[in-house]
Design a protein around this ligand. Structure first.
Ligand SMILES: [Zn+2]
Ligand SMILES: [Zn+2]
Length: 890
């Protein structure tokens, strides 16, 4: 595809042209689900937008994802299906609370000072400001969401839906409260989900500590344990060895006297102990390590929590009490050293979990939390993906999803935050009554004392898992809600891969439970937009790109087309701004081509298109094939493929050739001109329809100027999608082959003229060697070739031989000779062919090497290998023919 050489910036106010069209669509009601939603013909087509967090502005991931969804929904709308793209934003619990905390802190206000209610008010203020900005940006992209029914994960109806699910799960024993080790952020003072934690590599140490045996065994006085976290020894309640480890078998059942705290703790055997790690003896701190917790449960060990919620040592540990984790570590190591109990210290690199919001090291911490028991829920969620009821695109993500579910453990859903869905548990301190309830319970139903509600809020993902059905009225009428009845499940969910487990799998689990059916039929996992250097875009690296700037420079159309152009089946997309530039130029090309057509339609008389000439039959046939291929690519969600097909058709076939072919006819008889006008208008109109879902603005702008009958569709957004079946009657392989050869011949003549500086006015003698039936096809187009190539003579045949002193151009199935006697230096022609031969030989060698590499053959997709094999065959063929030609002129 040709990259442009134009300047990057152009002075064009895209928004000023785009926004009025957007408002016109909106005012005409195309975005709403409308009165007849579900009653119109065709299956409703619904998408729920992954609700953007209200923490900031749109980033490149949104830009790509929203383009994908709008493209799908616009095509479905043009196919006549009732459509609705559900819009909304996410309250984003901890992320928003952190932002608002920071904003208040900048104003000198602390959350604790103003209290819960005032803080939540501040969060709602934030939502009103940022939520509105985000929605405005989505509008700027041209997204055809239902703006009249916008949702928010903390709106009253949504809150009821969340409570309803909590109460239901609680009453069915799928939600329980328990003491567990959670990942605790001592800075945010809340639990953090496993998949919200970030791993950071740290160069640390391994400390070898001596633990004296309570009574020496065979003169052995102490055991040595190795640990990366010596400070937690204050909470040790055991020492474990592997049951198979003969070195320690005789010590199992004995005890050690824990230094500093003087606690007698057992030595026990557990299969989890890695005999290779450290000394093979490990200290066990059930309250501060998840593995130790499990071992402790098994061995019945005591659990001792030595840290408070900010990770300071609690009372009762003498001089260590009140120290933070790092101070305690230093002090404990120093104390062991003083007592002669520090055996040695080694360097040791390991990875630690940090909070994804504030990057504080997380503390495995025992606390009382609410959990969802996932075992029963995950069965259905796995089944509907295994049996293909839900399909992933690309398909490989299916396994990622299933693996995630298989490894899923009970889900800690309580968060010690203020901003979010407050857990609907109510307690009576007077009599001990407690229950979950959708409606607030102010008075204890047993004893009449006032109740209190749980202080914690729910994990954000607990509420976003209800998104597909909570936005459709499920909280009020369940499965009887009209929209659920008609438009559920939704068709497509498009999202990023990093929330596959956090969000996608949980939506499936909760939908299967609440609605008895899947939430969506297709899951598109779009590539992650990386910076040009292949690294994640980030503020701190300064390699990010702002969609708003891109829309200013390339228009929403240019950004949309340019982004989709870069979508392949790959995991990541290295952002290439040049693609947006060439897309903007493409939009310009569309505008210019339309201008030419419109200029020639002043005396246009409406009528049916009629493929009269071979050129007509060719472009109609190409159009029919294009629609079929685009439809197929849409079915497979191959967005890059769609853009390439559309670009090639519009630019290389319609603009470069069909418009050229048409010029003579437009200047011909009145009858020829009338037919030509209708055909031009028809092909342009069909192309605009195909382009519209991706480039909505430029296509609508032109559609509005086309003098075609628009009574049933005043706007392109509501016009019918091209009908592949109806168009298939235009398929004409002979016309396609004939015009393809015409183009090859004319190209050969033009490029030969360019190469030797021969004026277009100089008539040339041309000989074309073609095979079999091609000669007759080509003979029929003699006038077209002569006219466009300006030839004095044209000889076409299967047995023609190369004239003396002529150039050679090769095309599939064709050899074009152009007589150059008196026009050209032959030594130079030999040199040119020689160079071309060298290049071909190099390419052949490259493909031979690639296809001879067992590693490539083992790893590459079969279709890629096939493609490369075909390429090699083609190159080899060309090389052989070039060699023959070279032999002839030397
Ligand atoms: Zn934190
Ligand atoms: Zn009570």
């Amino acid at each position: 595809m040709a990259e442009s050489t134009q300047e990057k910036k152009i002075d064009y106010d895209f928004a000023a042209h785009e926004r009025p069209l957007f408002e016109a669509w909106k005012d005409a009601g195309y975005f709403q689900r409308g009165e007849g939603f579900g009653k119109q013909k065709g299956k409703p087509y619904t998408i729920v937008i992954p609700p953007p967090n209200i923490t900031g502005v749109l980033h490149m991931g949104h830009a790509l994802n929203d383009t994908i969804q709008d493209t799908c929904i616009r095509r479905a709308r043009m196919q006549g299906r009732p459509t609705r793209w559900v819009l909304g934003t996410d309250h984003a619990g901890i992320a928003t609370q952190t932002k608002v905390d920071k904003k208040l802190a900048d104003e000198g206000i602390s959350r604790m000072e103003i209290g819960r209610e005032a803080f939540i008010d501040a969060c709602y203020d934030w939502y009103r400001e940022y939520g509105a900005t985000i929605v405005d940006q989505i509008k700027g992209m041209g997204c055809s969401c239902d703006y009249d029914d916008e949702h928010f994960t903390l709106e009253p109806g949504y809150v009821r839906a969340v409570r309803k699910l909590f109460v239901d799960w609680y009453h069915h024993d799928l939600i329980y409260r328990g003491k567990r080790i959670v990942n605790w952020c001592p800075h945010c003072t809340t639990a953090i989900a496993d998949d919200e934690a970030e791993y950071v590599d740290e160069s640390g140490h391994l400390w070898y500590l001596r633990y004296p045996l309570t009574e020496p065994v065979d003169e052995l006085e102490y055991l040595v344990v190795a640990t990366t976290r010596p400070e937690t020894m204050l909470g040790d309640t055991g020492v474990a060895v592997n049951p198979k480890d003969e070195r320690f078998a005789h010590l199992v059942g004995k005890t050690v006297k824990l230094p500093l705290v003087d606690r007698e703790i057992p030595i026990f055997a557990d299969w989890h102990v890695d005999t290779e790690f450290g000394t093979g003896c490990v200290k066990v701190t059930p309250s501060h390590d998840p593995n130790d917790w499990a071992m402790g449960e098994h061995a019945g060990l005591e659990r001792i929590n030595i840290f408070d919620e900010t990770a300071h040592v609690v009372e009762g540990y003498g001089r260590f009490s009140g120290m933070d984790r790092d101070q305690a570590r230093e002090a404990v190591v120093a104390a062991f050293d003083e007592l002669g109990l520090l055996e040695k210290v080694e360097d040791h690199d390991h990875s630690v979990m940090t909070c994804y919001r504030c990057h504080t090291k997380l503390e495995p911490w025992e606390s009382e939390q609410w959990f969802v028991a996932v075992d029963a829920l995950k069965q259905d969620a796995a089944r509907v993906v295994e049996d293909g009821t839900i399909q992933f695109h690309p398909e490989r993500w299916k396994q990622v999803y299933l693996d995630w579910l298989a490894n899923l453990k009970d889900w800690c859903i309580s968060r010690q935050l203020w901003w979010g869905h407050r857990i609907p548990m109510f307690y009576c301190d007077a009599c001990g009554w407690e229950d979950a309830s959708v409606d607030d319970v102010e008075v204890c139903p047993v004893c009449g004392a006032p109740t209190r509600q749980d202080d914690d809020v729910l994990d954000t993902w607990f509420s976003s898992q209800l998104w597909p059905f909570a936005t459709m009225g499920w909280n009020e009428s369940g499965m009887d809600a009209p929209e659920i009845r008609t438009a559920y499940p939704t068709q497509v969910l498009s999202t990023a891969r990093d929330i596959m487990g956090l969000w996608v799998a949980r939506m499936v689990m909760s939908s299967m439970y609440c609605t008895g059916t899947i939430p969506f039929e297709h899951v598109i996992i779009h590539p992650t937009v990386m910076a040009a250097d292949g690294k994640p875009m980030s503020k701190s690296r300064g390699n990010g790109v702002d969609p708003l700037r891109l829309m200013q420079d390339y228009g929403a159309d240019g950004m949309r087309f340019g982004l989709l152009m870069q979508v392949t089946g790959a995991q990541d997309l290295k952002f290439n701004e040049a693609k947006l530039e060439s897309s903007r130029n493409f939009a310009n090309k569309i505008r210019n081509a339309a201008r030419f057509v419109l200029m020639n339609l002043d005396d246009y008389e409406p009528g049916a298109p009629a493929p009269e000439t071979p050129a007509d039959r060719w472009i109609f046939s190409r159009l029919a094939g294009l629609v079929a291929r685009v439809d197929e690519a849409f079915e497979n969600f191959e967005f890059g493929e769609i853009t390439r097909e559309l670009y090639a058709f519009f630019w290389n076939e319609f603009c470069d050739w069909y418009i050229e072919f048409s010029k003579a006819r437009l200047a011909g008889t009145a009858a020829d001109r009338a037919v030509c006008q209708r055909n031009l208008a028809f092909v342009l109109d069909q192309a605009l329809r195909l382009l519209h879902p991706i480039m909505p603005f430029v296509t609508e702008e032109i559609y509005q100027q086309l003098p075609i009958n628009r009574t049933d569709a005043p706007y392109l957004i509501g016009a019918a999608w091209p009908d592949a079946e109806a168009l298939s009657s235009y398929v004409d392989t002979d016309a396609e082959r004939a015009i393809q050869m015409v183009c090859e011949c004319v190209n050969a003549i033009r490029s030969t003229r360019a190469r030797y500086g021969i004026s277009p006015k100089t008539e040339l003698a041309v000989v074309v060697k073609a095979e079999g039936a091609d000669t007759a096809l080509l003979e029929a187009q003699r006038d077209l070739i002569c006219g466009m190539g300006n030839t004095a003579s044209l000889v076409i045949g299967a047995d023609v031989s190369k004239p003396a002193e002529s150039s050679v151009s090769l095309a599939p199935g064709l050899e074009v000779y152009i007589v150059l006697s008196g026009l050209v230096d032959f030594a130079a022609e030999r040199a040119r062919l020689g160079k071309e031969r060298d290049k071909l030989a190099k390419d052949v060698a490259k493909f031979q090497k690639k296809l001879g590499n067992p590693g490539f053959l083992a790893k590459a997709a079969p279709e890629i290998i096939e493609k490369d094999k075909a390429k090699l065959a083609d190159l080899t063929d060309k090389l052989a023919r070039l060699d023959a030609q070279l032999a002839e002129i030397s």
